[in-house]
Write a protein that binds this ligand. Structure first.
Ligand SMILES: *Cc1c(COP(=O)(O)O)cnc(C)c1O
Length: 394
């Protein structure tokens, strides 16, 4: 049977692997040898699960959205990652990786961040565990996302503005990698999504898989069966989607729908729809789909949502798309905004702009009345209120 899980070499089909400079080999190899052992360890599991329960507030509810369901003619459950501590799913991964770092004897945590959400999640966990935390962030992003910068500083992290390139996520990533090269002994590099060299995509997917583990149990309670007909999630790098689908990857009864950011339209030149626009290339140490020009230069992505504005995509998701295991839809800025207002008015839930892309995919689907749909609301919209107000649909 076809499997969509990672193989021993770190590949999903033709995607994945570890394309890294020689100087990083030792660091990545050390991580590769440690991660499964630690993640499967009963003591780690116990500590991780206790923090997910008592600190994050898991399990997150699986909520039957009745008014939204009536609108789309099926049974729509929302997986409420927006209710987690710090307001999104990223905390699940940050806790897991910082616990792993501690078990590997590392005391210095580094991360890179674009919108600041992963930086805040990492800084939060470092405060909790009394670890040193350095966050690399492009200078342009530091200026655009100053509230998150202030949050990280209040949490005790050092934010290092990066002034190379066009001073955004890609440049912050290069700087974080450079730091890791210089301090391999004591430093752990926390990546925030299912991207980067193997073993990161698999590790992040495993840490986020608590989402689908809960969906299975919660659906069984609500519906008397432990699988849905459809799973829907937005994709930036792919971590909330990977967590949502993890336990159903090889269960073909379950349709997977991924929503990427169309921006102003996939052919407008202002888009982040990597699965539809990307070609095979290397980004952030992995072979995957990359938005690039004829010469292989990485193109600047655009989305109204800072968390989906990434020119690559996790290798797991590139493979799901290539094998047609997943349906991929590009949702444009205006469609996401409309969907966010719709959820707000029908259910009293203001979603993150990223999550609004998953909601925007609903109107492009055809459901039967008996279909059970689980859609992950990856985060809450408090951070996006100014954007929502400035772009309110008429
Ligand atoms: C970062 C972020 C995303 C996108 O990242 P994935 O790794 O694709 O999940 C989506 N939603 C929210 C709320 C985020 O903060």
């Amino acid at each position: 049977m076809e499997t969509y899980r990672v193989n021993n070499e770190g590949y999903y089909g033709e995607f994945g692997g570890a394309y890294i400079p020689e100087i990083l080999h030792r660091c990545v190899e050390e991580l590769r040898q440690a991660y499964l052992q630690v993640l499967d360890n009963a003591d780690f599991q116990q500590e991780f699960n206790a923090l997910l329960r008592d600190y994050v507030g898991r399990p997150s509810p699986l909520y039957l959205a009745r008014r939204l369901s009536a609108k789309y003619g099926c049974r729509i459950y929302l997986k409420r990652e927006d209710l987690n501590h710090t307001g999104a799913h990223k905390i699940n991964n940050a806790i897991g990786q910082v616990l792993l770092a501690r078990r590997m004897g590392k005391r210095r945590i580094i991360a890179e961040t674009g919108a600041g959400q992963h930086g805040v999640a990492t800084a939060t966990v470092c405060a909790l565990m009394g670890m040193e935390c350095i966050v690399y962030m492009g200078k342009t992003d530091v200026e655009r996302q100053h509230v998150n910068v202030e949050r990280m500083k209040m949490l005790g992290a050092e934010v290092r503005p990066v002034t190379s390139g066009n001073m955004t996520l890609k440049d912050a990533t290069n700087e974080a990698i450079r730091d890791w090269c210089c301090h391999p002994e004591d430093t752990y590099y926390v990546i925030g999504s299912t991207v980067g060299p193997h073993p990161y995509p698999d590790m992040v997917a495993r840490l986020q898989s608590v989402i689908s583990k809960e969906i299975r149990q919660q659906l069984l309670q609500h519906e008397g069966r432990d699988y849905p007909d459809y799973l829907m999630a937005c994709v930036g790098g792919g971590s909330n989607a990977a967590g949502t689908i993890y336990h159903y990857l090889d269960d073909e009864r379950v349709h997977i729908v991924l929503a990427e950011a169309g921006g102003k339209g996939i052919h407008s030149g202002l888009s982040a729809a990597t699965i539809q626009l990307g070609r095979l290339g290397i980004i952030h140490g992995a072979k995957t789909l990359v938005m690039q020009d004829e010469d292989g230069q990485i193109l600047d992505p655009y989305s109204i949502s800072a968390g989906l504005d990434y020119p690559g995509i996790g290798p797991m998701h590139a493979n799901l798309a290539a094998k047609k295991r997943a349906t991929v839809l590009a949702i444009n800025d205006d469609e996401a905004i409309r969907a966010a207002y719709e959820l707000t008015r029908l259910e009293g839930i203001i979603p993150a702009l990223e999550s609004a892309h998953a909601l925007g995919a609903l109107e492009k689907m055809r459901f039967r009345p008996q279909d059970i749909v689980v859609l992950t609301v990856s985060g809450r919209g408090d951070k996006d209120i100014a954007t929502y107000l400035a772009n309110a649909p008429r």
